[in-house]
Design a protein around this ligand. Structure first.
Ligand code: COA
Length: 169
């Protein structure tokens, strides 16, 4: 059984992430899509909400496990008996950071393998931060996220606006 890890923040999961996940499923028997808990980030969605959105998004896919983890990715990958970690590479701008991470992970564990997959070109400019930003300004993100994520995003933005109106009073 060849297992791969697909780690990220997934705040929220986008069609670009799902594109990468589906490509990874062609190469591996099982892909563990996993949320890295990162106290330096202040995500819009709670971990529970992000896990729920991922679970709904992958319901029809076979060979996917949904999880989250603390600590180093190398340790987690070892624990999961993964043969590789999958990362999406969208543009040259991703490359420097990804190369640094891949090499550092390999330094930490020489057996660590990173596999970079390129998403469909229609997702090369897409990331979760841009999706959140557009949604915050009531822009249309329906082409970038699954319908149930769109619903959650709309809800979240309304909650945020109601809260800020309340505090202004
Ligand atoms: N709050 C929430 N999300 C944020 C954010 C913030 N403040 N800032 C950026 N993001 C989003 C971006 O929108 C982007 O979304 P995308 O997935 O659509 O690209 C994503 O987070 C970019 O963050 P980045 O840190 O580049 O990658 P990632 O979150 O996808 O994954 C890990 C990074 C999980 C692979 C890496 O942090 C890791 O391995 N962590 C475990 C600890 C570890 O081993 N560290 C050593 C690595 S050498």
């Amino acid at each position: 059984m060849r297992i791969a890890i697909y780690p990220g923040t997934f705040d929220p999961i986008t069609n670009g992430h799902l594109d990468i996940l589906e490509r990874a499923l062609r190469l591996f028997d099982k892909v563990v899509i996993t949320i890295a808990r990162n106290s330096a980030k202040n995500p819009l969605f709670s971990e529970k909400e992000r896990l729920e959105m991922i679970r709904r998004s992958v319901r029809t896919l076979k060979g996917v496990e949904v999880d989250s983890f603390d600590g180093l990715l190398v340790e987690y990958a070892r624990k999961k008996k993964a043969v590789a970690v999958v990362r999406g590479l969208r543009a040259i701008s991703d490359f420097e950071y990804e190369l640094q991470m891949a090499l550092m992970n390999r330094k930490l564990d020489e057996d660590f393998v990173t596999v970079f997959l390129m998403p469909n070109e229609k997702y090369t400019y897409l990331n979760s931060s841009i999706v959140r930003e557009i949604a915050r300004h009531d822009g249309d993100v329906k082409d970038f996220v699954p319908p149930h994520v769109l619903e959650k995003l709309t809800e979240k933005m309304h909650e945020g606006k109601a809260r800020s109106k309340g505090t202004k009073r």
